[in-house]
Design a protein around this ligand. Sequence first.
Ligand SMILES: Cc1cc2nc3c(=O)[nH]c(=O)nc-3n(C[C@H](O)[C@H](O)[C@H](O)COP(=O)(O)O)c2cc1C
Length: 174
Amino acid sequence: MVFVVDLYRNTKIKEEIESKKIEKVTMDKFYQAFTDGVIMATNFSNLLEAEGYGTVFLGSILNNSQKIIELLNLPKFTFPIVAIGYGYSDGSETKKKPKMDKDLRVFTDSYKILPSYLEAFKEYDEIFYKYYEENNRDYLETFTNKAAKSIDMGLIERDEMLKVIRSQGFDLKV
Ligand SMILES: Cc1cc2nc3c(=O)[nH]c(=O)nc-3n(C[C@H](O)[C@H](O)[C@H](O)COP(=O)(O)O)c2cc1C
């Protein structure tokens, strides 16, 4: 299931009412529709899980947005943001990955900057490593190592994403 920013329909309605062509839609509208799509995807995932399916969010559809646009015949003023793959489990048990302490990610009143992140995540690093040691040695790594690597891990096609968003008719104003 692919979730799509869809400003095409409303743009067409306005074009029919005013009998004139719309060339651009603002990024504000894009972000509104983006958030709508993400909320919808989350609800859809919760619904499926409640019905006994397993789900996985697929940000990988952004690896080549243009290809997805062509594949799904997405018109101007639309953009695919996230997908959900779903199905029944093969029955094998998967253990839930332990989450980091809430204090490390939920702050009250203002953002909490920590003096040392390696120090603060020392305990979670051990828990995280142990989880992968016991469950999936392919991903064996500490949380902090994984986090550091993820910062500049990317694909050239993702660098092109804003260009694709612009060519879909959204006004980046940059
Ligand atoms: C926005 C988003 C995009 C994701 N994209 C992918 C993806 O492309 N491929 C994939 O296998 N999993 C993807 N995932 C799933 C994550 O890799 C992970 O399995 C899931 O978020 C559960 O995380 P947890 O094990 O840390 O709780 C994505 C998750 C999120 C939230």
